[in-house]
Write a protein that binds this ligand. Structure first.
Ligand SMILES: Cc1cc2nc3c(=O)[nH]c(=O)nc-3n(C[C@H](O)[C@H](O)[C@H](O)COP(=O)(O)O)c2cc1C
Length: 209
């Protein structure tokens, strides 16, 4: 009988041919079936100039063999932190599956074409809201935000909303990807894939839970 990639992952006989990106796809497909909201939600960890960790949720909105992409305001706290220290960790926890995936690696800015394509595909309301938001900066009242959106809506009219230059995406290029699956009596399964640099081959190790 054909094994799923997950069965091969935890079977211990031979993981050498396993591709963590393909495993991620297998898990993500299950999450999309099973999670009520935002199966693509991930915690994104960064560090500020003092090395103080910071974390918040973002949405995984692009992925391929190069890495994992999310979009944001580059003048936000996370944007500034990543531009100064382009390294991040991300965590996806799918509660109903009782599984998590951890990723760590350097971060790069996506191309203008990728940013335009994603921004252009968003609903106009979301484009206006993200253009009007000075993300992470103090806001005196909700009314100010609503007014900023209304002004921009009027200014744009029937035209397309231009992508703000400070709104784009970051790609986390994974050097580590860990798969964790809940087991009975806390005997969970963990396997970590590591590679020394992008495009290098992966090695994998089972870890104590
Ligand atoms: C489920 C969820 C998804 C979110 N997705 C995004 C996102 O894709 N991009 C983004 O900039 N903020 C997103 N946010 C808001 C961030 O968590 C955060 O409040 C905001 O980006 C400001 O973070 P910062 O001040 O650390 O930069 C999301 C929040 C939640 C709860």
């Amino acid at each position: 009988m054909l094994q799923t990639l997950t069965e091969r992952l935890f079977d211990d006989s031979d993981r050498s041919e396993l591709d963590p990106f393909a495993l991620f796809e297998e898990w993500f497909a299950l999450a999309k079936e099973g999670e009520l909201n935002d199966p693509n939600a991930m915690a994104l960890a960064t560090a500020d100039a003092d090395g103080m960790p910071d974390v918040r949720m973002v949405l995984l909105n692009g992925r391929d063999e190069r890495g994992f992409v999310f979009f944001t305001n580059f003048e936000s706290a996370k944007g500034r932190q990543l531009l100064a220290n382009p390294k991040a960790a991300m965590l996806m926890h799918w509660k109903s599956l009782r599984r998590q995936v951890r990723v760590r690696g350097p971060v790069e800015v996506v191309s203008v074409e990728e940013a335009d394509a994603y921004f252009g595909a968003r609903p106009k309301g979301s484009q206006l809201a993200s253009s009007a938001s000075l993300q992470s900066r103090p806001l005196d009242s909700r009314e100010t935000l609503v007014e900023r959106v209304a002004e921009l809506t009027e200014k744009v009219g029937e035209n397309a909303v231009p992508r703000p230059a400070h709104w784009s995406g970051f790609r986390i290029v994974p050097l580590e990807i860990e798969f964790w699956k809940d087991g009975q009596f806390r005997l969970h399964d963990r396997v970590r894939f590591m590679r020394p640099e992008r495009n290098a081959g992966w090695t994998s190790t089972r870890l104590y839970p």
